[in-house]
Design a protein around this ligand. Structure first.
Ligand SMILES: C[S@@+](CC[C@H](N)C(=O)[O-])C[C@H]1O[C@@H](n2cnc3c(N)ncnc32)[C@H](O)[C@@H]1O
Length: 284
């Protein structure tokens, strides 16, 4: 992160979600109707980069980033049906769930936790748009490299004695390994039994197919330039062990193909499976 500047990758993820709505067939995997509005002129210009005919990695992101968000939102709806009433979005970026909450979850309390630089940008953007923050939603600043989630949530009405769903998408690979693991320990202590933490992780480069190796240098240059190098990657077994070692009762590590088969007929998939990701579903 570059201090005082919003996360560039948060713009990119919102642009990918907007591009999914603009360019992919209906019904969408994720109907993020606010992604486009939340972007400013610079962010809007990113959407075209995800159009058909563009670099394959952009098409992969246009497919997988909405899919991982859809998975989280479905897990939340399931948990709500089982009585969970708290949802924490860590590193929320331009997540718009708060502004498009579906009917039937009116008792939900929602906490968007993000780096102060990204969050203050989002708050200004919301003001420009004239969008008020829903009554059930709190925007909580936190730099994970300096503060813990439990520390910042303690200043809100979050109830650690009650279960929650925590989403932490697109963040762990930007954190120092020590920060990632101390954050996991903190979350394991904070989250009441039966709570669920869902996050994605990236495989080490040497486990990735050739097509990723070809673009490795260009990707690294882009992310370094944005001040968001991806510095923390896990081999899947190591990821499961890291999560369980921090105090979670169980960690299920999902392959992107597991998500694809959940939502699509895999034979209709025109892209390669996005091998670089894994999803962790950790239960307290
Ligand atoms: C790739 S974006 C993901 C945004 C969102 N989760 C999504 O999927 O659309 C990365 C997010 O991580 C946040 N982030 C990165 N480093 C952080 C840190 N040290 N503390 C808090 N948030 C951080 C950024 O502010 C940004 O919102």
């Amino acid at each position: 992160m570059i201090e005082g500047r919003p996360s560039n990758t948060a713009f990119q993820v919102a642009a990918a979600r907007a591009a999914h709505l603009r360019f992919d067939p209906k019904p969408p995997l994720l109907n993020d109707i606010h992604a486009e509005a939340l972007l400013d002129v610079e962010g809007l210009a990113m959407i075209e980069g995800y159009a058909d005919g563009g670099p394959w990695i952009m098409l992969e992101n246009r497919f997988f980033l909405p899919l991982r968000a859809r998975f989280v939102e479905d897990q939340l709806i399931k948990a709500y049906a089982h009585g969970v009433r708290q949802f924490v979005i860590l590193g929320a970026g331009l997540d718009s769930f708060a502004w498009r909450q579906p009917p039937g979850i009116s008792e939900l309390r929602l906490y968007e936790v993000d780096h102060p630089s990204t969050q203050s940008w989002k708050m200004n953007r919301l003001e420009e748009l004239g969008w008020t923050t829903p009554n059930n939603t709190r925007l909580v600043p936190c730099d994970f490299e300096r503060q813990s989630t439990s520390e910042v949530l303690a200043k809100t009405d979050f109830d650690p004695t009650k279960p929650c769903v925590v989403s932490w998408m697109g963040v762990i690979y930007y954190l120092n390994r020590d920060t990632a693991e101390s954050s996991l320990r903190d979350l394991a202590k904070l989250m009441a039994p039966t709570s669920e933490l869902i996050f994605d992780s990236m495989l080490p480069w040497d486990m990735l197919p050739e097509r990723y190796q070809i673009i490795r240098k260009a990707m690294a240059e882009y992310l370094n330039g944005a001040g968001e190098p991806q510095i923390n990657r896990y081999e899947p077994t190591e990821l499961g062990q890291a999560v369980e070692a921090t105090g979670f009762a169980k960690a299920e590590i999902l392959h992107p193909a597991d998500l694809v088969s959940r939502y699509l007929d895999p034979s209709q998939l025109t892209l390669e499976i996005p091998e670089r990701f894994r999803l962790a579903v950790a239960t307290r």
